[in-house]
Design a protein around this ligand. Sequence first.
Ligand code: ASP
Length: 308
Amino acid sequence: MTVAMIVHGGAWAIPDDQVDAHARGCLTAVRTGYAILRDGGSALDAVEAAIRVMEDDPIFDAGRGSCLTRDGEVELDASLMDGATLNVGAVACVKHIAQPIHLARLVLESPHVLLVGEGAERFAQQHGMPLCANEDLIVERERAIWQEYQRRGHTHLGDAFEPRADTVGAVALDASGNIAAGLSTGGTPNKLPGRVGDVPLVGCGFYADNAVGGVACTGFGEAIARMALAHRTMQGLEAGLTPAEAAERAIQTLAARVSGTAGLIVVDRLGRVGFAYNTKRMARAFLTEGMARPYVAVDRTEWKEPED
Ligand code: ASP
């Protein structure tokens, strides 16, 4: 049985001076997840580990480094799905959890599907997860962007500032044929407090089913949710499209029906990978059996490590 690992580090207009950091972050994440799969580990463990790497990397809009709400706080969403059991674990609007993907894993292993806010944080503590200060999740880069929003009365700031949010996601197929998909995000910059996008919504931002494949999205969450974009992509796979075709068709439909901008990554049950996006950039990396090294890209062409 083959194994496959694909990750994304967010769509949108990733600034030029952050391209290398996004590529490196995706590379580390895909290698981390793939090593677990290669050693016989589960798709769930691989997805969780890959996302944890990116949550800990402040370049991404997940965990520490996330963008701020209008109130100047970080509010995080995350999700994980097991394609073997169709169990789902998701959390939304948590403010004191540095690794929400692990909390999503704990929810997945419970009878619940989605926990939000204070209740989710209480659940975390009951399961031995420490809470952190919201301040600990904030980095200078995001505070400066937030201050600019404040200064300009929360209007649009132009391309240099938005839309740019770098949600992270991963999909894996393990040697037992199990597929998992997961996401973690701080949401969109300057979002309304309490705003939740596609990330914790099953069938919208993510889906996994061993019989078909797995999908993880990024982009404008409201549009992704309206289209149930992950579900649509799964329908494409079920209809016999390759992952690349299913991804492309889903993004085209999103653009045509709701003028949405987004990206997504896909793995099918045969371990074939695909992706598509209609944003300026999407950081991504994948590694499947037989590849000599991971594919990494942020733009349309493959990223190459700059020589010093
Ligand atoms: N989809 C995320 C959200 O709307 C944002 C992103 O993917 O960058 O919350």
